[in-house]
Design a protein around this ligand. Structure first.
Ligand SMILES: Nc1ncnc2c1ncn2[C@@H]1O[C@H](COP(=O)(O)OP(=O)(O)OP(=O)(O)O)[C@@H](O)[C@H]1O
Ligand SMILES: [Mg+2]
Length: 138
């Protein structure tokens, strides 16, 4: 998955991949150290068992995605990027509406936006899908 905080990634995953894929996310271990290393290990272990895996993080830059593409290659399965392309203003508004820990600090939102590069097949994905039309009803 690729998309800003509040873009709707987890919602999309739940609706479209909930029945077929194991969801991995660093959000599952908010307090763990070395979350990146842990996530890579978990993804590799799941793929080795033959599971279909979806990684539900913002993954804004090619550097964030390279290890995931490599893990798929290693396991001999295709790597697909699903970019939930929701307008940043809408992501911000949704984040504001969140309660407690679920609300991401603004600096995090802007940092992710600043690093963002759309996913492409040029970086190694076998397939890239863009999810739009995420607008909230007026
Ligand atoms: N298609 C949609 N239409 C309207 N609201 C949506 C839609 N998808 C998600 N939302 C709402 O937007 C908010 C953010 O959605 P979600 O938690 O799925 O985002 P996320 O990309 O997983 O964010 P994060 O990166 O912080 O985990 C939630 O309140 C959710 O209910
Ligand atoms: Mg989420």
């Amino acid at each position: 998955m690729v998309g800003l905080q509040g873009s709707g990634k987890s919602t999309w995953v739940h609706e479209h991949l909930g029945g077929t894929h194991t969801v991995v996310s660093k959000d599952h271990w908010p307090n763990a150290r070395r979350r990146e290393a842990r996530q890579r290990r978990v993804v590799a272990e799941l793929l080795a068992t033959g599971a279909r895996v979806v990684v539900d993080n913002t993954n804004p830059a090619p550097e964030d995605r390279a290890a995931l593409i490599a893990a798929a290659r290693e396991a001999g399965v295709p790597a697909r990027a699903v970019w939930v392309d929701t307008p940043p203003e809408l992501c911000l508004a949704r984040n504001e509406a969140r309660e407690g820990r679920a609300r991401v600090p603004l600096v995090g939102m802007y940092a992710t936006r600043a690093r963002f590069v759309p996913p492409s097949t040029a970086e190694g994905f076998d397939r890239v899908d863009v999810v739009r039309g995420m607008a909230d009803p007026a």
